[in-house]
Ligand binder design. Structure first.
Ligand SMILES: Nc1nc2c(ncn2[C@@H]2O[C@H](COP(=O)(O)OP(=O)(O)OP(=O)(O)O)[C@@H](O)[C@H]2O)c(=O)[nH]1
Ligand SMILES: [Mg+2]
Length: 368
């Protein structure tokens, strides 16, 4: 039996999907702060999917709730009660949970970063907040102080850093557009800084999950996706250079399917098998007109049972790499456009498939 006959399209897709999800990981963020400081508003401003207002969340302890959303690789642990006179009970409970989670062998379970939110208008840091920061740093969880509802610093940020010396950074944010008397409009601010600072401190293994879940910095999704394209192009070049008759074009298909799944995951699309199959359909429909495209399409079709009679072809290493890069870059362009149009929220599978098909057919025109 040859390598070619071993391939099964469904298996290729399933494997690509599992790997993309595994490599993306899951990021867990603890958000603490007095009631009303703007935690939920902040979460909704930074992350996809109206995270904090969708439902009540699962109670983790008396004062903490966990928020998750299908398809988004993020959990938010929303904690309050630290301003209460008996905050030590809240803190102890939280410490137990954090210790349990961070002992897990599965790093996707750990709390990776904490945002301790203090409203700028309050002009003070509470004892409970100081103790919380200390407790988290003792457990090696990086803390970022978030100064919410920012509109007049008056030296407060410096004060926060002085009182909470172990925080990695203190970021002033305004999560919503604010309208002052007299029609003065203050735009939102600081969200991009908060995303950048947070991305820097989360562990390497969940940076992709964080990049996917946030909706502020689309460039970040693009940069991270380009690394996937480069890796895939290199693998494709290697595969294309191995002289196995009739199998080399087929051999690069899993690489390209993996690349498309990886980019989808990095942008924060909710992906499943049918989604990936659909976007591969977009490539086939769009790029099929070019010479190099025909080779690839032929090999793709061969793996889809209905079209099994179409012959596979051979493809040179350089062509394989170039084609992989072209398809990857086209897909990134499409996702950047759609996410930007959608203010960082994910487009529907149909929107992605249609736009990608269109982009690929433009490639076909250029390629001829
Ligand atoms: N002006 C202004 N108002 C804000 C900002 N962020 C939040 N708010 C307002 O503050 C109020 C409380 O915000 P939430 O996000 O519900 O606060 P929270 O911390 O989640 O409150 P709890 O869930 O009760 O602990 C809402 O009316 C928000 O619109 C901001 O940056 N500027
Ligand atoms: Mg809230």
């Amino acid at each position: 039996m040859t390598v070619v006959e071993d391939f099964n399209f469904e298996d290729v897709v399933k494997k690509a999907l599992n790997e993309a999800l595994k490599e993306r990981g899951h990021v867990n963020i603890l958000i603490a702060g007095k009631t009303g400081v703007g935690k939920s508003t902040l979460v909704n401003a930074v992350f996809q999917g109206n995270f904090a207002i969708t439902g009540q969340g699962r109670p983790v302890s008396k004062e903490t709730r966990e928020y998750k959303k299908e398809g988004i690789p993020l959990s938010i642990f929303d904690t309050r009660g630290l301003e209460m006179a008996d905050f030590s009970e809240t803190l102890r409970e939280l410490e137990t949970r954090v210790r349990e989670r961070n002992r897990s062998n599965d790093s996707n379970q750990h709390i990776h970063v904490a945002w301790v939110c203090i409203s700028e208008g309050s002009r003070r840091v509470e004892r409970g907040e100081e103790e919380l920061v200390k407790m988290l740093e003792d457990r090696n969880i990086p803390v970022i102080a978030v100064i919410t509802k920012a509109n007049a610093d008056k030296g407060f940020r410096t004060e926060v850093i002085k009182l909470l010396p172990t925080v990695r950074n203190a970021v002033r944010v305004r999560a919503i557009v604010e309208e002052l008397d007299g029609g003065i409009i203050l735009p939102s601010m600081g969200l991009d800084d908060l995303v950048e600072v947070t991305r820097q401190v989360v562990p390497e293994g969940v940076k992709r999950a964080f990049t996917a879940a946030q909706k502020i910095d689309i460039e970040l999704k693009k940069t991270q996706s380009r690394l996937i394209v480069t890796g895939a192009a290199t693998s494709a070049a290697v595969m294309g250079a191995i002289p196995i008759p009739h199998s080399d074009a087929i051999a690069i298909v899993p690489i390209q399917v993996g690349m498309l799944a990886g980019i989808s995951a990095t942008f924060g699309l909710s992906i499943d098998q049918s989604f990936i199959t659909t976007i591969i359909g977009s490539v086939i429909a769009g790029v099929g007109g070019t010479f190099a495209g025909r080779t690839i399409v032929a090999s793709l079709l061969k793996m889809i049972p209905v079209a099994g009679s179409v012959a596979g072809g051979t493809i040179a290493g350089v062509t394989a790499a170039l084609l992989t890069t072209t398809i990857g870059e086209a897909y990134i362009r499409v996702l950047v456009m759609l996410f930007t149009q959608n203010n960082g929220e994910q487009p529907t599978p149909t929107q992605v498939a249609d736009a990608f098909k269109k982009e690929c057919s433009q490639l076909a025109i250029r390629g001829n």
